[in-house]
Structure formats: structure tokens, C-alpha cells
Design a protein around this ligand. Sequence first.
Ligand code: ATP
Ligand code: MG
Length: 623
Amino acid sequence: MTRLGHCCDTAVQTLGVCVACWVRDCSLPPMFVLGCGLARGRAARCPHLASSANGIAGALLPHGPTQKEGSLLGEKRSAMASAELGLSLQGTRESGADVRSANVTAVMALANILKSSLGPQGLDKMLVDDIGDVTITNDGATILKQLEVEHPAAKVLVELANLQDTEVGDGTTSVVIIAAELLKKANELVKNNIHPTTVIAGYRLAMRESIKYIQANMSVQVDKLEQDVLLSIAKTTLSSKFIGGDSELFSKIIVDAVKSVRVPGPNGKAKYPVSQINVLKSHGQSSSESVLVPGGYAIQISRGSQEMPTQVKPAKIALLDFDLKKHRMGMGVNIVIDDPEELERVRQKEMDLTKDKIKKIVDAGTTVVFTTKGIDDFAMKYLVEAGILAARRVDKKDIKRIAKCTGGTLLLTMADMDGEEKFDPQCLGSADEVVEQRVGDNDFLFIKGCSATKAATILLRGANEYMLEEAERSVHDALCAVSRTLESNSVVPGGGAVETALSLHLEDYATTFDSYEQWAIAEYAEALQVVPKVLAINGACDAIDLLADLRNCHTAAKKDPTKADQKWYGLDLMKGVVRNSVTAGVLEPMVSKLKSLKFATEAAITILRIDDLIKIAPDPEQQ
Ligand SMILES: Nc1ncnc2c1ncn2[C@@H]1O[C@H](COP(=O)(O)OP(=O)(O)OP(=O)(O)O)[C@@H](O)[C@H]1O
Ligand SMILES: [Mg+2]
């Protein structure tokens, strides 16, 4: 801090007020310095400051009201005011620049963990949790989920990655890296006396302009491209994952799976629900043995009894969410019987109740029974006698999907409004065939030729559990990317092309403002370059050289109409050069890019808006 004015004693002599009074009355000239020894000594004697939580440091401010310090002054004053009112906080409080810097440090720490996993040359992370479970992954959202993040600002980033994962599926690493970079740049601006509100306004302007620019200049309609765009999209997504080595096979499986679940939407637009695609994992063989089970759904469950048929054709499927077990009296029901014959009759009745239930299900024409609960041996006997294929403990999520694709209804009970037990044949789902097959070490039930909506199953093979789990996550990313492309019909070039083009455009756009927002927009432009930069670093290329080349190409594309196609140029990380990403088939869905920009900006703004962090100490009694 620079010494600007008088110390406190001089102030009292010259102005006739003590420091605490000055703080309360800001109309007096701000002329004191932080850390002034004399002032501190004076404060110990001053009744106002002696009671202040922040002490002299909170009361004295260095100099006149810049944007930043205007807000700081307000914070310190409110802290003092609450202290003077006798309101004390049982905890710790950080305000202003301190809290902003702490947040940025936490967020950067998190982004630095993710940086090395971005792009086709990105590496994987091995995460071990507290019970020793190991996860090996390249997926941003999964890495962040596994880390036990405690810092409140860093938690915002974890949420951000989750949001991107649920909304888009892919791009979780990029979104976190961009958000962290935006925050870092914003913090630098705030340190240079630009008020956070101005930075936020600038960021919002830049985000809107970026979205407009991508839609107008950087997107390509899928039908305008000659190559098979969907395969390219799947390959680009898989390129950063370990199954990327078999990307030819997987991209084909993925595109076929997504195309097979096409359903017409309400407004005439087709939908491709990824939830109708079941991804199953089976140990054994190599990942290149993975297959797509077309037109069907599969669950990793075997039939309830070995005496049941392994194949039922055609299948009428009852979907139950209740037990098929010997009937039991409800809790608290007490029956006192002293006659042994009477006891026998009660037992018989208990069995008959379940027998009747099963008979009603069988009479409705059922040939397959799936239940989320149990089936006991006694009920199994009746089902075997009726030649039914039954499976118990089916996952709720699976049974709901089976209900959807076979047109059946999941029944919670068989009781109707009058308390009678009935089974309506309308509730049965239908499929061409239900068959049990063994794949690898496990038995699977395949439901083929579903009657209602379509479903597909991808059966992944792999040498170990870690590989299978990572393969499942990667396939999910690619399924989402392909489905988004089919739904939105637009793609953008990958390999840092969009980020570089946006960065150059925003630099020009910033100069059209004559206000402080200009700085924020320029920093936003700078922050976007983090994506090509990290891609190049991870690809062991000379980032500065490559980025300069890339910017050169994009500038030429803007200025020279003969070089217009250079706007599609992105990085080729294998050769360490720039190339046309569109013709090279490095493509990403446009929606994914737009959403990641929106989410990253919103997350950065959320953290930037924080100017006070109050942690309430735990209640000593509870401790
Ligand atoms: N063949 C390629 N050449 C150059 N860049 C590529 C290539 N394939 C992908 N990329 C780029 O890599 C980035 C994506 O990397 P990655 O898949 O590791 O991260 P993400 O999609 O952001 O996150 P995640 O996949 O973990 O959800 C995108 O910017 C994409 O343009
Ligand atoms: Mg990805």
C-alpha cells in the first residue's frame, strides 16, 4: 500500500474526527493508509474501532473511489456497521478481491487437472476412491465426479461438467477449461480496477456475439457435406478415448444404433432418444468383438429357472413391479389358531392366493414375465408348469424401457378399484421373440422385434472392468453427439477452428465499443484460445507456432475471398500442422459448441458475481 495521507492522530487533530467516525461518514476525504502503525495504536484506544471485527485494517482505505474500491469501501463499511450493531458472525468471512482470487485459484486447480486429458492426444486419469475402487477415464465429467471437491467455487465447475454431460453428453472437458480461463481473465480485469459488473456485461455481450457468429459463419448443414457426417462426428468424439483405436467399428455401431431408434416427434421433427439404446458390458474377448443387437433390447439377466424355455416366440410380456411369493399377512396382523387343521387351511389359502394371481396372469395369454421384485420357488413351479419364461430382479430402469418399447404397462398391483384381483391383457407388451443367449461369461435375455417404439442394444466386449466402463462412457458420448447432429442437422469444424475464428472475430467486435466492456470482450476472445493451445500442448506440438499459423489462416480467410475456405482450418495434431477440419472429417455437433459456450460463460459469471464468502462455523454443541 502506498502512503497517501495523514495518520489517524493527525486526522483527529486536523479533521476533528476519529477514524471510526470517518468510516461511518464517508463524505470526509479518504486519505488514510492501511497498516499505519500510529493509526493502529490510536484504534486500540478508539471505542468505535476497538469493537470492530475488522479492526483498523477494515476501517482505513488507501485512496479515492475507483470502480473497484468503491465496492470495497461498501463492503468494509457494512462489515463495520454489523459489528457495531452487535451482530457477530460465528464463522469466517472473506470479501472482495480475496474471495475472488481464492475462487479463481480453486477453479484453475481443477481445470489444470483436466487440461492434459483434452483432445485426441489427451491422456487418461486413474482415480482411486476411499474404498479402493479404481476408475480409469478421459471423460471430464467423470473425473470431476470422482474428485472430492470441497471448495464451493470449484463445486460450481463440477456442476457445470455434469450439466454439459446431461444436456449434451460430450464436451465436458472443454467446457470446464473455458470457464476456468474466462474466470482467470476476469480476475485480472478486476485487479486492474474494472468493476465485476462491467466484466459480466462484457462477457454476456461476447457470448451472444459468439453464438450469432457460429450460427451464421461457422456451421455447415449436414446435407451439404458429401462425406458421411455422422460417422465423422462419432469418430471425432471417440478420437480422444481409448476405444478410438477401433473407431471405424464403433462409429458404425453407434450410427446404426442411433438411426434405429428414430421416432417421429410431435412437430414433424424426428427424435433420436439415446435412452432407448442399452449399452451392455460383457467380460472377455477384445473390444473389437463388440456388436450391435439391432431392433431389440437386452438385459443382463438369466431366466428364473433352468426348466423354463430358453426361447419364446412370439412373446407376450407381463411387466410387474410386485413379488410373486407366497402371500403373507401384513405387518402387525396377529392370528391366533389353536386347531392344527385350521392352521393348515390358512397355509393352503396363502398358497392359493398366489396361485390364483399367477393363473390370472397366465390366462391373459402371457408367455414371458419380468418382475422388479422376487419370485419364490413355489411361484416358480407354477410358472414352469405354464411354460412361461420368467426373470426376477430386473432393474427398474430396464423394465421401464422394455415397457416403452414393447408397448406394455408396468403394473404396481393387480387389484382393481373394487379390491378384486384382475389382470388386463391390454397391459401385456409384445415382441417377436424373447430368447436367452450366452455372451462371454454372462447370460443375456434378448427381446427382439419390439412392437411399439424401437430399441437397440450395444454389447461391449473388453478385457477388464475398467476398460469396459470407460468404453461405455465413450460410447455414450458418441451416441449423444450423433443424436444431437441428427436432431439439429448442423455441424462445426473441430480441432480449435471455431475457437480461433471466434477469437479473431471478437477482437474486432471489441473495438466497436468505446466503454469498459471492450476490455472484457477482448479478454473473452483471448480466453477462447485456450482450447487450441491445450490441444497443441497435449499433442506435443509447438503451441505458439501452431496457434500463430492457425490465426494466420483465419485472418486470411476473413480478408481474402479466395482463401475463404481457410475458415474451416483447425489443428492436425498427428502431423503438427493446420488443415481443413471439414474435409478431414473432424466435426462436432453445433449444439454442443453453442451449449458449452453458454454454460461456460454462465458458470464463470456465477463465480465472478461472488464478492463475499461467509462460512458459518459448526455449532459447538452439535460438535
Ligand atoms: N482428430 C482431431 N484432430 C484435432 N482435434 C480434434 C480431433 N478430434 C477431436 N479434436 C478436438 O478435441 C476436443 C475434444 O476433446 P475431448 O473429447 O478430449 O474433450 P471434450 O469432448 O471436451 O470432453 P469429454 O469428451 O471428456 O466429455 C475438441 O475441441 C475437438 O475439436
Ligand atoms: Mg469428447
